[in-house]
Ligand binder design. Structure first.
Ligand SMILES: [Zn+2]
Length: 409
């Protein structure tokens, strides 16, 4: 497991990049070397590249930022203050060809921009309603937007006061280089068919992790650790007798919104979904600086996966608690009606999603502990001599999610 992480965390594995593809090829080759039939499942997604943004007013350059999905453009025109930018705020004001100055608040950035565009404005400047900058999004691309930039509350109030005092204020909004690009990411799937053909159940288990990382982060723990445990469980189980189909899956584009796992679940037939009795997701399971291993379900309720894993934890000497959390690849499985849980250390380490998420922070003991619990839980179902999943009954203790440090993605 440690060696897998060393190889995978040599560079960030951002979805859609060659580095992610190299990870995909590595994972597929490892699965193949254990004797599995494998599949690389491609899917496309739209990736947004942020533009360079500059705003000046009255000849002075202001601190500014863009909005995700703002169109590019270079507009110099007079400013018109239109309050919060509601349709009624534009009544009696001629903003045609002008730049609308709008205060943040009450409704979405996209609505403000669309209202201004509808009224004929050529660009929009939104100023904050609190100290600090705005890191905002228009939510989705649209041809109806005009270029939009954000400035501080202080600058916005100063410009609004000047306009209210009757001054003419010329401004420039320049947005260049932003683009939405269709890119391709991949899931990697390895399938272990039941070895006990005559005793085989029609049940399926999914063991998963995500192989992509965020930009700039080597992603040793997030989530090369989960990938390494998935690979190791696949290797260990390759020749073990089983009566249950086991699918080992590593997902792409998790960091962009669970895109790969949604693609995978969408690719399943209803018959397959009905046959999947549990999904184990391992995400960030090897940091020496994170807390205890915890199981998270989308609804905060225990299920067959948490019950089996709690029982396995007792057998392997690591009692587990559970709590409520989404934001990893167990989510689409949950919404498909499949018992699913995220395995993660809680609280997460301070260097999560930073360049410091590197191999030197990995604990071999934590990797081993997680892989043993998940492996023992999975094999409890998959081995030929155990009863059906539904009979598992263990009630782990709830965990206080508020103790989590930071987010999971
Ligand atoms: Zn992750």
């Amino acid at each position: 497991m440690y060696n897998h992480i060393a190889l995978l965390s040599a560079e960030p594995r951002v979805a859609g990049t060659e580095a992610e593809w190299n990870a995909v090829k590595y994972i597929e080759a490892e699965f193949s070397s254990y004797g599995y039939e494998t599949e690389i499942q491609p899917f496309t997604f739209e990736n947004y590249y942020a533009p360079k943004v500059s705003v000046s007013a009255d000849g002075q350059t202001l601190s500014s930022s863009g909005f995700t999905y703002t169109p590019n453009g270079n507009v110099t025109a007079n400013l018109v203050h239109v309050g919060l930018g509601a349709p009624s705020d534009f009544e009696g004001k001629d903003v045609t060809g002008k730049i609308a100055l709008i205060q943040r608040g009450d409704f979405s950035f996209a609505e403000k921009v669309l209202n201004a565009a509808e009224a004929g404005a050529s660009a929009v400047i939104i100023y904050n309603n609190a100290p600090g900058g705005i890191n905002g999004t228009l939510g989705e691309p649209s041809d109806d937007y005009v270029p939009a930039a954000a400035i501080s509350q202080a600058d916005g109030q100063r410009l609004a006061a000047a306009l209210a005092g009757g001054q003419t204020v010329s401004a420039t909004v320049s947005i260049t280089g932003g683009q939405v690009v269709e890119e391709t990411s991949h899931n990697v799937i390895a399938v272990k068919k039941p070895t006990q053909k005559n005793k085989a159940t029609d049940q399926i288990i999914v063991v998963g992790a995500h192989h992509d990382s965020v930009p700039g982060a080597p992603g040793a723990n997030d989530d090369a650790s989960g990938v390494s445990a998935t690979l190791e469980l696949a290797r260990v189980m390759a020749n073990m007798p089983t009566d249950t189909e086991i699918r080992f899956v590593t997902f792409g584009a998790e960091e962009l919104g669970l895109i790969g796992s949604y693609e995978y679940v969408d690719s399943l037939s209803q018959g397959e979904i009905d046959r999947i009795v549990g999904m184990w997701q391992m995400d960030m399971v090897g940091s020496r600086d994170a807390g205890e291993l915890v199981m998270f379900t989308v609804d905060g309720q225990k299920n067959t996966v948490t019950d089996l894993s709690a029982a396995a934890g007792v057998r392997t000497g690591t009692p587990l608690t559970y709590g409520q959390e989404s934001r990893s690849d167990h989510v689409p499985f949950h919404y498909a009606g499949i018992p699913a849980a995220l395995f993660i250390h809680n609280p997460v380490e301070p260097w999560y999603h930073t360049p410091e998420d590197s191999l030197d922070k990995i604990s071999k003991e934590k990797l081993q502990e997680t892989a043993e619990i998940v492996g023992a839980a999975v094999y409890q179902v998959a081995r030929p001599d155990t009863p059906a999943l539904e009979r598992s009954k263990v009630a782990p203790k709830p965990v206080d999610y508020e103790k989590m440090v930071g987010g999971l993605q």
